[in-house]
Design a binder for this molecule. Structure first.
Ligand code: GLU
Length: 424
């Protein structure tokens, strides 16, 4: 595929090449045929759309969007939509493949898909954001639907954006279609428990790995890159389990707080200043130094490609949990493996979000809403079961957790592909 990224610092990292190589390696380990491996790697459908938007000034601006359906052997496509200036076709393709593997690893009946628009939503007014979202939703509407492909939030998209997508597609089809997207507000078919579910899964994987390594959660020092949908609830959840978040970064910069961040205080600080900087008890540090801060657990929870060889070499933590999608480059992963730092990979660690989406979608299809406790119980069980099955396989195969998760995911996709055969 062609790289169209103009994002200088991430130029050499091609996320598509990285995930394609990982799937191929897993396929070879499983002794799949070359034809089967090619079929699993290759995205089924790539849709690129032009998104014209009338700006508040009256001028028309053009944006580019994509929806990519990677694999549908196990079920309809599932995956988020991100709005970010660095979005490009390789990134969305890679993320769609991540989703296929992720849904297979947690064993939910979905394939993988992903979408995005190359735009900086920070500079749009709310009205411009709504027009952009609705036009993009209209453009991808022929290929999405509750039984075809179900979008969800991702970087810079939220329940309000999902509401506009749900409304646009419902208007086009002439009836309410809550199951067309997940991560919706409660009032229009969202689910109790969806918000913060990714972080719940990340916390479960963190504690489960600590347990396997014979370490206690209490007092573990954590650094988190990202204070968004995943990072923010995570600060609270990990603190509640006795861990200390000693380093934190957001888009504005990074801070070091040796005594540990007070989740409540940070939440109110960010609510009033829109930045983690200036947190009363923190010392500002260079963002590039975050993972070198003295710590036990590293959690990237922002963009992809950030854990490269340099960061991996200077990482202080002795374990890493990937809350972001695709945060580690091939060289970064090799360096972490050389240093024997265990990594719970994205396709397992951050799967709580898509598991929650599955529950929301199931409720929408049935028109029967669950109570919060049932939701939470099922989410926790699904994540524990997934961690345990990847861990058991890891002990059996002696491979790093990432390669093991890929083997588990690719094996399940291959089984479904094989059973269904090749049409026509
Ligand atoms: N964007 C989330 C992810 O990357 C959730 C996707 C979904 O719920 O479909 O896993």
């Amino acid at each position: 595929m062609v790289t169209r990224s103009h994002d200088a610092h991430r130029d050499e990292f091609n996320p598509w090449t990285r995930i394609a190589t990982l799937i191929e390696e897993a396929g070879h380990l499983l002794k799949l045929s070359e034809g089967m491996i090619k079929r699993i790697v290759t995205p089924e459908r790539i849709l690129e759309v032009a998104v014209p938007v009338r700006m508040d000034s009256g001028e028309i601006e053009m944006f580019t969007g994509w929806r990519i359906q990677h694999d549908s052997s196990r079920g309809p496509g599932k995956g988020g939509i991100r709005f970010h200036p660095s979005v490009n076709v390789d990134e969305i393709a890679a993320l769609s493949a991540d989703m296929s593997i992720k849904c297979a690893v947690v064993n939910i009946p979905y394939g993988g898909a992903k979408g995005g628009v190359k735009v900086d939503p920070e500079v749009l007014s709310r009205e411009e954001l709504e027009r952009l979202t609705r036009r993009y939703a209209y453009s991808i509407s022929p290929i999405i639907g509750p039984d075809r492909d179900i979008p969800a939030p991702d970087i810079n998209t939220d329940p309000q954006v999902m509401s506009w997508i749900m409304d646009t597609v419902s208007m086009l089809r002439g009836h309410n279609l809550p199951g067309v997207v997940t991560g919706k507000p409660l009032a229009i078919g969202g689910s109790l428990g969806h918000a913060g579910a990714t972080s719940v899964g990340v916390s479960i994987c963190t504690v489960a790995l600590l347990q396997q390594l014979g370490r206690r959660a209490e007092g573990q020092r954590v650094v988190i890159q990202g204070y968004g949908k995943v990072g923010a609830p995570l600060v609270k959840q990990l603190s509640d389990r006795g861990m200390k978040v000693v380093g934190l970064a957001d888009i504005h910069g990074a801070i070091h707080v040796p005594e540990g961040i007070d989740a409540q205080l940070m939440a109110s600080h960010v609510a009033s200043t829109h930045s983690i900087l200036g947190y009363p008890h923190g010392e500002e540090i260079a963002a590039s130094e975050l993972f070198a801060l003295p710590s036990d657990i590293a959690i990237p929870a922002a963009l992809g490609g950030v854990i490269d060889e340099r960061v991996a070499r200077s990482m202080s933590a002795s374990m890493m949990i990937e809350a972001a999608n695709g945060p580690t480059t091939g060289e970064g992963a090799a360096e972490l493996a050389r240093r024997a730092i265990p990594v719970v990979p994205d396709v397992l660690a951050n799967a709580g979000g898509v598991v929650a989406s599955y529950f929301e979608w199931a409720q929408d299809l049935q028109g029967f809403m669950w109570e919060r406790d049932l939701f939470r119980q099922r989410l926790e069980k699904t994540m524990h079961d997934a961690f345990d099955s990847v861990w058991a396989r890891h002990e059996q195969l002696g491979l790093p957790l990432r390669d093991t998760a890929l083997v588990v995911g690719v094996e399940r996709i291959a089984e479904a592909t094989e059973l269904r055969g090749l049409f026509p």
